[in-house]
Design a protein around this ligand. Structure first.
Ligand code: ADP
Length: 359
């Protein structure tokens, strides 16, 4: 600004029309260039000094009028953009189509529309997350309430005299104990699911031998299968077969799948096995149990979704097992799948990368 002092044009006029200090030198530069060009023309067509002064004066006036017109127009456009931003902030628009700018600002209008839609999507996503969170909290409180009420009921009945009744006291204590176990299962599953969903679950991926891994897990279930008169078989797997994954987490997956298979099978067998392909292995748990209705197949991996709520609870189910399985399998870049027929049985399976041996 300072270096321009003393020029013919009063800077205050430019200030009044809202020029910023960085724009003023540009305008002066353009102005001086135009005057020089103008003088050059008058020199060519040979005007006298009075005509030249008159023309310069006329030129200055026209220059200022034209500039004021354009700057006003630009200021109006800026004001319009500011109003649109305020409108977006105050939720005054229902759709992005309501945001309109003059034709020359088409590109800006397109960008504002994109930004508006992005904000809309972000807000939708946050609302959905909030809904999921509220539903989850509702489910958790409900799931906690059920065993706590049951335990409370048994303890109160015992305290009110049943403790001396030899016919029922032991049964009531056993039932209360069963609900304590359910509560414990639920808390463990909740801890797992919150660790997984908050991405705190660290995976430790390496190759390991599949046969001893599955044999070990199956041996833990022999007793519970025998209690229900079920066969529990490990189908033959290549003993040298090595798969890539987190052994501890996959153990959790297998335990959940085998527990369910035994839980939801009344007669017949549960088979665990692995089918070898060129690059991967299909690990499966198959049962001859009650099966899952077609309409529920997509939903059983959701948190707290159960086909038969009462049956699941009676058997100590938390409704979180398959949600945990799904997360863990997906962390192995794989997908848990299910095939099932009501009354015939179910098969849960997923693929793991296998170690290719050089021949
Ligand atoms: P739960 O603790 O209730 O077993 P899961 O998340 O493990 O919860 O399973 C969700 C639901 O899927 C179960 O309540 C049950 O209805 C159904 N389900 C899971 N595995 C089987 C199976 N092998 N056979 C029949 N139904 C099953």
């Amino acid at each position: 600004m300072k270096q321009l002092k003393g020029w013919v044009i009063d800077l205050k006029i430019l200030k009044r029309i809202n020029l910023t200090s960085t724009e003023i030198p540009t305008y002066f530069f353009l102005f001086i260039l135009s005057v020089l060009f103008f003088l050059f023309i008058t020199f060519i067509i040979k005007l006298n000094i009075t005509q030249i002064i008159f023309l310069i004066f006329a030129f200055v006036i026209i220059f200022l009028i034209v500039n004021i017109f354009f700057i006003r127009k630009r200021n109006n456009e800026i004001q319009l953009i500011i109003n649109i931003m305020r409108g977006i902030r105050k939720n005054q628009f229902n759709t992005s189509a309501e945001i309109k700018l003059p034709g020359n600002l088409n590109e800006l209008e397109v960008e504002i529309h994109k930004m508006y839609r992005k904000i809309e999507n972000d807000i939708d996503r946050l609302k959905k997350l909030e809904k999921v969170r509220t539903e989850f909290l509702g489910n958790v409180s409900h799931e906690l309430r059920t065993p706590i009420f049951a335990i409370q009921g048994y303890i109160e009945t015992l305290l009110n005299g049943a403790i001396d009744d030899k016919k029922v006291n032991r049964t009531f204590l056993e039932k209360a104990n069963q609900h304590v176990n359910n509560l414990n299962n639920l808390l463990n599953d909740l801890i797992d699911i919150s660790m997984i969903e908050s991405k705190q679950m660290k995976m430790s991926l390496r190759y390991f031998k599949l046969t001893p891994f599955i044999e070990n897990i199956i041996s833990e279930f022999k007793e519970s299968a025998e209690k229900k008169n079920l066969e529990l078989n490990l189908l033959e797997i290549n003993p040298e077969l090595e798969v890539f994954g987190d052994k501890e987490r996959l153990k959790q997956v297998m335990i959940n799948l085998i527990t369910n298979a035994i839980k939801y099978t009344e007669k017949g067998k549960v088979e665990v096995g692995a089918e070898e392909f060129d690059k991967n292995v299909r690990v499966f748990v198959k049962d001859t149990g009650i099966g899952i209705p077609e309409k529920d197949l997509n939903r059983i991996f959701e948190r707290f979704y159960r086909v038969d709520k009462n049956r699941s609870r009676e058997m100590g189910g938390t409704g979180l097992g398959l949600a945990i399985v799904k997360h863990i399998v997906e962390a192995h870049n794989s997908k848990i799948e299910v095939k099932s027929q009501l009354g015939i049985g179910s098969e849960f399976y997923f693929f793991l990368k296998k170690l290719k041996r050089r021949i």
